[in-house]
Design a protein around this ligand. Structure first.
Ligand SMILES: Cc1cc2nc3c(=O)[nH]c(=O)nc-3n(C[C@H](O)[C@H](O)[C@H](O)COP(=O)(O)OP(=O)(O)OC[C@H]3O[C@@H](n4cnc5c(N)ncnc54)[C@H](O)[C@@H]3O)c2cc1C
Length: 400
């Protein structure tokens, strides 16, 4: 049995940023990050668009809005301090027809309310910024940027280790017992005892909350996001970041063009139901996990509500022609010949019992734990602030 003051479950960017903030808030206390994989940042953190979001989309006053702006600033400062490359390259959100303008105006309104620098631009200005884009008007958001979040996670892990904290890899938490004065965490490799623990389990956060005896108000439904890569000869079709006007009913931003900090341009991601929580291929099925999803009433209510959109996403997943069609709305010169299948990521999206996609970040508490139950995009951008928020919550919990 190993004893520590604080345990964090999950070595993704949220777990590591939380451990980092805990180390600042509670100096002198020992911390372990328990990660089931052989390395940190292998799931959502290492499989995303790598965009430093500005906070333009989110409902003013929401946790997403509040943590994205200051979290982005903190992320930029952290990258600068630790020599992690990032670039503030700006993005355009493009209305491709008149019908999309009201939704674009709503984004602009939210952006201003959230103090995001943005401006409406006309077609010639849009063409100056992104010569291959077709649209009727657009929003230019100069503060948006790109970074490699996995690299941030790896840097956080090394800094924590340098401070004497532990990053315990290959340690999947399989059992949790909370008593009045401690949490016992049983992993596949042994047992840890902590004063307090934080659940940052990403795609498994709801299962971990259940292990702790919490009855979470949401369950994770995994949505795979598939990407195509532009072949090198076609990369000039996108200079920086080109986004559509998203469907306001969904927390997903729609397939976009993203220049990556490591080079290359990715197109995507779509949003299809995954048949396994870490189902990065269409063919990956985990029957036990699928049964859990199918047994959740919120899942069926979600399907009843959004089946049409779901079918459209499935078609785009199986038909390259349909995927290319969606991209051509924004950049007509894209053809199937310039796209190669790329990576995929899976979003941990919390769904409520009445079938709604939880729109905001969501935290809950059990006796001696804090659980992060919804941390989808822009949680990578916001991670350092989410970590600070959790450290503050824990400080309050300890005083009670
Ligand atoms: C396709 C896609 C595109 C995205 N694009 C962006 C973007 O451009 N910008 C942005 O800000 N955000 C983006 N996001 C969201 C962002 O990636 C996530 O919000 C963020 O990475 C969440 O981090 P996390 O640490 O909560 O989860 P994860 O990175 O998934 O980490 C959770 C960790 O917990 C571990 N774990 C799970 N169960 C256990 C257990 N029982 N015991 C021990 N360890 C366990 C896992 O192995 C994993 O390492 C995107 C996400 C996806 C999927």
């Amino acid at each position: 049995m190993q004893r520590v003051d604080l345990a964090v479950i999950g070595g993704g960017i949220v777990g590591l940023a939380t451990a980092w903030r805990l180390s600042e808030r509670f100096p002198g206390e020992s911390i372990v990050v328990l990660e089931k994989e052989r390395d940190v940042g292998l799931h959502q953190t290492g499989r995303n668009s790598g965009v430093l979001h500005t906070g333009i989309y989110y409902r003013p006053g929401s946790l997403k809005a509040e943590n994205c702006r200051s979290g982005k600033q903190a992320m930029e400062d952290f990258c600068r301090e630790h020599g992690i490359p990032f670039e503030i390259c700006g993005k355009v959100i493009v209305a491709t027809c008149e019908e999309e303008i009201p939704a674009l105006e709503e984004i602009e309104r939210r952006g201003r309310a959230n103090r995001v620098v943005c401006r409406r631009i006309d077609v010639p200005t849009l063409r100056d910024l992104e010569p291959h884009v077709r649209g009727v008007t657009a929003l230019h958001v100069p503060e948006a940027g790109i970074v490699d979040f996995r690299r941030v996670a790896q840097t956080l892990a090394s800094l924590l280790e340098q401070q004497g904290h532990q990053i315990a890899k290959g340690e999947r938490v399989v059992r949790l017992t909370e008593t009045a004065d401690r949490v016992t965490l049983t992993t596949v490799g042994g047992t840890w005892q902590a004063q307090w623990a934080i659940n940052c389990g990403g795609l498994y956060c709801d299962r971990i909350a259940l292990l702790a005896g919490l009855r979470p108000a949401v369950r994770i439904v995994p949505f795979r996001g598939e990407y195509y890569d532009l072949v090198p000869a076609a990369r000039s079709l996108c200079r920086n970041l080109i986004y559509p006007v998203p469907d306001p009913r969904f927390p997903f931003l729609g397939v976009h063009f993203t220049r990556m900090i490591s080079g290359g341009v990715e197109c995507g991601p779509n949003a299809v139901l995954a048949l396994a929580r870490e189902g990065y291929r269409k063919t990956t099925v985990r029957p036990g996990e699928l049964v859990q999803t199918l047994a959740y009433p919120g899942f069926w209510r979600l399907i009843a509500r959004y089946w049409r959109t779901g079918v459209g996403e499935m078609v785009r997943s199986f038909s390259k022609r349909a995927f290319v069609g969606a991209l051509q709305h924004l950049v007509p010169d894209v053809t199937r010949h310039v796209l190669r299948p790329g990576r995929a990521g899976v979003r941990a999206q919390a769904v409520t019992r009445d079938g709604r996609l939880a729109d905001d970040f969501l935290l809950d508490e059990s006796e001696r734990m804090i659980h992060v139950l919804n941390a989808p995009s822009p949680a990578a951008t916001s991670a350092l602030n989410i970590g600070r928020l959790i450290a503050e919550k824990l400080a309050n919990k300890r005083q009670v």
